[in-house]
Design a protein around this ligand. Structure first.
Ligand code: ATP
Length: 241
């Protein structure tokens, strides 16, 4: 069954259109990426799915329910957990307070609800820092906290927007490894990142955006075979950031 279904999604910032028709499907437990160069509409797609940007046309369905232009809190409550670009953790709350601030007990993508203890076991760096304020954490720790905070909402779909951006290689590797562990537990994930090789290794499918439109979709195997799609739409040539 489709977990998230986005069809013909259009959105604008004031009078300036940004999305011109995005189609995207994620099944339960599937890992899908949104690819595309800077400014092509990846973050806008995520923000429109979450109800943070108003859509002007198209439809977003989550777990069979039409959530097009529903308020963000309702979408979060239905089971989409966002790890936003720039992390946006609460700087003046402790790690533990950040984790419990938005927690819910609803069963999510992996069946068993997350608890504080489980999040600490899953992300041990947070256990070491639980009494520290958000602002006192390193960038990598803040990113782990943003992930832990999203998990505490027990999402059926976890969306990560540039979760490894600006981090040192070691902590990036740790995040990719944690995401693989979540996938193994059946967590549905929508991912935006610049590390194409890590995404090919982790994800089931990919959706390429160009100028606010979904222009290509396919599996990791399909993308690995047809690197011209990467050259044409990303100009990365398979390099990692
Ligand atoms: P990046 O990797 O740079 O975040 P992206 O693919 O996520 O890129 P978006 O941030 O979604 O792209 O941007 C899509 C388009 O919308 C761009 O033309 C961008 O300039 C525009 N845009 C994004 N945010 C705003 C905003 N707050 N106000 C006006 N225009 C915006």
């Amino acid at each position: 069954m489709s977990l998230l279904s986005v069809t013909g999604l259009e959105a604008a910032y004031g009078a300036a259109p940004a999305l011109f028709g995005v189609d995207l499907d994620i099944a339960a437990g599937e890992v899908v990426t949104l690819l595309g160069r800077n400014g092509m509409g990846k973050t806008t797609t995520v923000r429109t799915i979450m109800g943070l940007v108003a859509s002007t046309a198209g439809r977003v369905t989550f777990r069979g329910k039409d959530v097009t232009n529903a308020p963000p809190y309702e979408i979060a409550r239905l089971g989409i957990g966002l790890v936003p670009e720039g992390r946006q953790i609460f700087p003046t709350l402790s790690v533990e307070e950040n984790l419990i601030a938005t927690a819910t007990r609803r069963p999510g993508g992996r069946g068993t609800p997350w608890t504080l203890d489980e999040v600490y076991r899953f992300l041990p760096r947070l256990a070491d820092r639980k009494r520290n304020l958000g602002a006192q954490l390193s960038g990598g720790e803040q990113q782990m906290l943003a992930i832990g905070r999203a998990l505490m909402t027990n999402p059926s779909l976890l969306i990560l927007d540039e979760a490894t951006e600006g981090l040192a290689p070691l902590i990036r590797a740790e995040i990719w490894e944690r995401l693989a562990a979540l996938k193994a537990e059946g967590q549905g994930i929508l991912l935006i990142d610049k590390n194409i090789d890590a995404m090919l290794a982790l994800a089931d499918r990919h959706v390429m955006l160009s100028n606010g439109r979904a222009v290509w979709t396919g599996t990791s195997a399909g993308l690995a075979e047809d690197r011209s799609v990467i050259d044409r739409y990303l100009h990365l040539g398979g390099t990692t950031e």
